[in-house]
Design a protein around this ligand. Structure first.
Ligand code: J2J
Length: 541
């Protein structure tokens, strides 16, 4: 067989060669793809349970077989190495086999949150020039089968849609599985882009993040150690499977890499999650702070046996020290804080650290080669313990967004540091505490919203003259979304209610979590000295 040449995708900023050499020689990057990671485990422990979903247990042997059958199906559709496939699925049992089938053939899945709708999906299909779209008939009241039909009409590059039935299999899935199975082989290289992930974003259109197999696996493997993931781990996955925290921190990829078991669920509320924990002896789970609070405050925790739970990992948004301090006594688990970003860097608190570190820090960088600097507005490094902007570079942090040169020029330094937009304090041991944010983004309980995206859509509303969208404090969510609206002169302000504004945005196909929670009509915006809308003042209201 001839050796594979590296995959060249236009619009990807590569790691400079000197860094690639160093990351390999230091052992962060290894000669393995994500598919090879899985098949090593399939061969080692074929009879162990990989996935428990909807009462069905899938062994590693079955998982490997299903991956290779889906891989044959996609190949038969003409999906090849480097082709983009938008994967728009909630936490259903076929998510993992379909994802790994795309890894196996070297296609590039574009990982879209199930909560996204027409507005976002249409953009990703077009921006990434996807050849296929994989979704589910309906989810959370959204008709994605209809969206698939619309996209087939409107997107010239889209050749195939695959629609799973809401309750399991479907004609499309049967069709895909009817082509026999490929044999597992190396069809992509560790340095290839493995998938495209979506950033929380600060701009009108979300940015797309390209991760390579080797950069991602570096993060997965190091997180496995810090998160104490083993072959005995049973991990409940309540976060969306496509989210970086759920994938690799240590995530379901971490668990599968060790031969453990994952239990994906569509719903993390105590009445669903607690019985699953009790029934399957769940040892490990990652959640966002609002869900941790719901679990802590739920009376159901007395009703179910949660003693198997060893680690409650909390991240995605700031978890208060007060709430973190309740976890051991009330849920019987060790809390592990995690701060991270789909772009790369992740941090964790250790499992055996002192209470103060565990409750009031967000952890320290995962990889020894992660570089972190904390700088002032001019880019000068600040003294230890002083708040500043976090910039980072490392073996699992991208060097640029996909097809976004202008944006990259602003968000990465000339020597490749990613400007995270987070304000942190670093202590003398290297532990970070997140104290704020300089990027224009709302963090609604871990879900990220780019105000500009919502503002741009609302400017098209007839009765609106101007709009400014900000996050305002919320006890449960941390932040909720508020739209300040200046009505059009002489317009009918009775048209501008929370209900009409939300309906307008829903009709535009915007994801529900991005809809404003509160609307306030104002005559004009407060301006800063240079004439910009003072979002700082609006956030306090
Ligand atoms: C404060 N802000 C936090 C935290 C993320 C692990 C964990 C989380 C993510 C994630 C991730 C925070 N305290 N503990 O990808 O692998 C905010 C910051 C950050 C942004 C990134 C992972 N944890 N944040 O949340 O790409 O503002 O990744 O820059 O969704 O979330 O969001 P995202």
């Amino acid at each position: 067989m001839t050796a594979l040449e590296p995959l060249l995708l236009d619009g990807v900023v590569p790691y400079p060669e000197e860094f690639a050499v160093r990351y390999r020689s230091e052992g962060h990057w290894t000669d393995q793809t994500l598919a090879e990671m899985l098949f090593e485990v399939v061969e080692r422990v074929p009879d162990k349970t990989a996935i428990i979903a909807d009462e069905v247990r899938i062994t590693y042997g079955d998982l490997g077989e299903r991956v290779l059958r889906f891989a044959a199906g996609f190949t038969d559709l003409g999906i090849n190495r480097g082709d983009r496939v938008v994967l728009h699925l909630p936490n259903v049992s076929d998510y993992v086999p379909i994802l790994f089938a795309l890894f196996e053939i070297g296609a590039v899945p574009v990982l879209a949150l199930a909560a996204l709708r027409r507005h976002e999906i249409e953009y990703f299909v077009e921006f990434t020039e996807a050849r296929a779209y994989v979704t589910i008939e309906t989810h959370a009241g959204n008709d994605f089968a209809a969206l698939a039909r619309e996209l087939e009409e409107s997107s010239p590059n889209l050749e195939h849609t695959v629609v799973l039935a809401t309750d399991g299999t479907s004609a499309d899935v049967e069709q895909l599985l009817s082509h026999g199975a490929l044999g597992h082989a190396r069809r992509s290289l560790p340095s290839d882009v493995a998938f495209l992930q979506l950033s929380g974003g600060t701009t009108g259109q979300p940015k797309v993040i390209p991760h390579t197999h080797e950069d991602y696996l570096a993060s997965v493997r190091a997180s496995v150690k810090i998160g104490a993931i083993t072959g005995d781990t049973v991990q409940l996955v309540v976060l969306p499977l496509c989210h970086s925290f759920a994938m690799r921190s240590p995530g379901f990829l971490g668990v599968l890499s060790q031969g453990g078991t994952i239990v994906p669920t569509l719903n993390g509320s105590p009445d669903v999650a607690f019985p699953l924990i009790a029934q399957h002896g769940v040892t490990d789970v990652s959640v966002v702070p609002p869900l941790a609070l719901v679990w802590l405050n739920s009376s159901l925790k007395e009703r179910y046996d949660l003693t198997s739970l060893q680690v409650l990992r909390v991240g995605g948004a700031k978890f208060s020290a007060q709430a973190a301090g309740r976890v051991r006594a009330e849920l019987g688990a060790t809390v592990q804080q995690s701060f991270g970003m789909a772009e790369g860097l992740t941090t964790f608190t250790g499992l055996d650290e002192d209470d103060d570190t565990i409750t009031s820090r967000q952890g320290r960088p995962t990889l020894s080669a992660d570089e972190v600097v904390v700088v002032d507005d001019e880019g000068t490094v600040v003294p230890t313990g002083t708040a500043g902007h976090l910039w980072t570079r490392g073996p699992s942090t991208i060097r640029g967004y996909y097809r976004a040169p202008e944006h990259n020029a602003q968000n990465f330094t000339a020597d490749g540091f990613y400007k995270t937009g987070d304000i942190v304090l670093e202590d003398e041991r290297g532990y970070l505490t997140v104290v704020g944010r300089s990027k224009d983004q709302i963090n609604r309980g871990g879900e990220k919203i780019a105000p500009e995206e919502v503002e741009n859509l609302l400017l098209a509303f007839d009765a609106v003259h101007d709009v400014s969208v900000v996050g305002v404090p919320d006890e449960m969510l941390g932040e909720r979304t508020k739209a300040f609206v200046v009505p059009r002169a002489g317009g009918d302000t009775s048209l501008l209610t929370l209900g009409t504004i939300r309906k307008f945005l829903r009709d535009k196909g915007l994801a529900a979590y991005k809809l404003p929670d509160v609307v306030e009509l104002v005559d004009e915006f407060e301006r800063t000295a240079v004439g910009k809308v003072s979002k700082l003042n609006q956030r306090a209201k």
